[in-house]
Design a protein around this ligand. Structure first.
Ligand code: G3H
Ligand code: 13P
Ligand code: ZN
Length: 327
């Protein structure tokens, strides 16, 4: 199967009360771990590439690796693995155009940090070019907190999406899906200790997502696919392995999985996960190095890291997103 857009995936996900996982990819092992999980679970997939990932690995490498994963699924399992290839957090018309010209089937234009009118202007420009080329567009309203390579927003500068804005934004831009801010956040430190409570074991418990905002957005945009960024759960078993093997990640905290499952049952059709991939991989490699200090063949430590990614993604597909068996 060729690379597909997310249109069909989102329609089925909306009607079926589940969400598609959008996983960030940066190298071969990450792509293999994710796609092997999707193959085994017969799950549709979105593989997303950030500006930073594109700078790190080069567009053509990531594209060819994804094409190889599709070919491998067909050859080794006779399975048509539907994959949408998406630009994550595109920050300009030029970047979106370059990804569209380079074969991506979906792009995000993120002008959520600009004024409402500027966000509409650039998003509309991207939509016109994308739709002319059979590509779909995700836009964003509201600002998430968090720090990644290309996404740096202090929590005091974050803001929830205003439901009263969404209809006008979607109508005027023609975007195909909308990322909203309801309390998720990028990275492995989503909330400060001051924003959380602590449970009996002393672990941080984050403030709940604003389901009231999500419901109001869904009421104003019936049937329209909503996207959640910053949706890693920061599994504490990975944080523990990292900290026990020379790492230092105190008070890393994510979004509880049951809240993501609840969002997936409603209007949320795409859930973005990157940090959990990084944690799974880093935990595995740190443990391996600690237990095998004399080893130096990258295949020795990248193989278990790839398996750790695969197991983590399988868990998400089945227990959080609910998209297993939907491909
Ligand atoms: O939301 C951002 C993604 O996690 C990508 O992060 O820009 O460090 O590749 P990155
Ligand atoms: P996390 O940092 O929670 O994995 O979010 C990833 C993301 O939103 C990519 O766009
Ligand atoms: Zn994001």
């Amino acid at each position: 199967m060729a690379i597909v857009t997310s249109t069909e995936m989102f329609k089925k996900a909306y009607d079926g009360g589940y969400a598609i996982g959008a996983f960030n990819v940066n190298n071969m092992e990450i792509i293999q771990g994710i796609t092997e999980a999707a193959m085994e679970e017969h799950a549709p997939l979105i593989l997303q590439v950030s500006k930073g990932a594109r700078a790190y690995a080069k567009h053509v490498y990531l594209m060819k690796l994804i094409e190889a994963a599709i070919a491998d699924a067909e050859q080794s399992a006779g399975f048509d693995l539907p994959i949408c290839v998406h630009l994550d957090h595109g920050d300009s018309y030029e970047l979106c155009k370059s990804c569209i010209d380079g074969g991506f089937s979906s792009v995000m234009i993120d002008k959520s940090g600009e004024s409402f009118e500027e966000n509409i202007r650039v998003t509309k420009q991207v939509v016109e070019y994308a739709h002319d080329h059979g590509v779909v567009v995700e836009a964003e309203l509201g600002t998430l907190a968090g720090v990644e390579d290309e996404v740096k927003v202090a929590s005091e500068d974050s803001s929830y999406t205003r439901p009263q804005d969404v209809q006008e934004f979607v109508e005027r831009t023609g975007c195909d899906s909308l990322a909203i801010a309801i309390g998720t956040s990028h990275g492995a430190y989503k909330f400060t200790a001051a924003q959380c409570t602590r449970n009996a074991e002393g672990l941080l418990v984050p403030p709940p997502l604003r389901f009231d905002i999500l419901e109001e957005v869904a009421r104003r945009l019936p049937g329209f696919p909503i996207v959640l960024h910053g949706s890693s759960s920061v599994p504490q078993e990975f944080v523990k392995i990292i900290n026990e093997n020379g790492g230092k990640m105190p008070d890393a905290v994510g979004i509880p999985e049951e809240q993501l499952r609840q969002a997936a049952r409603g209007a949320v059709c795409k859930i973005n996960i990157d940090s959990d991939l990084r944690l799974a991989m880093t935990a595995s490699i740190r443990k391996y190095f600690n237990e095998n200090p004399s080893h130096f063949d990258p295949r020795q430590y990248l193989k278990p890291a790839r398996i750790a990614i695969k197991e983590m993604v399988k868990h998400k597909l089945v227990n959080v997103l609910g998209c297993n068996g939907k491909a």
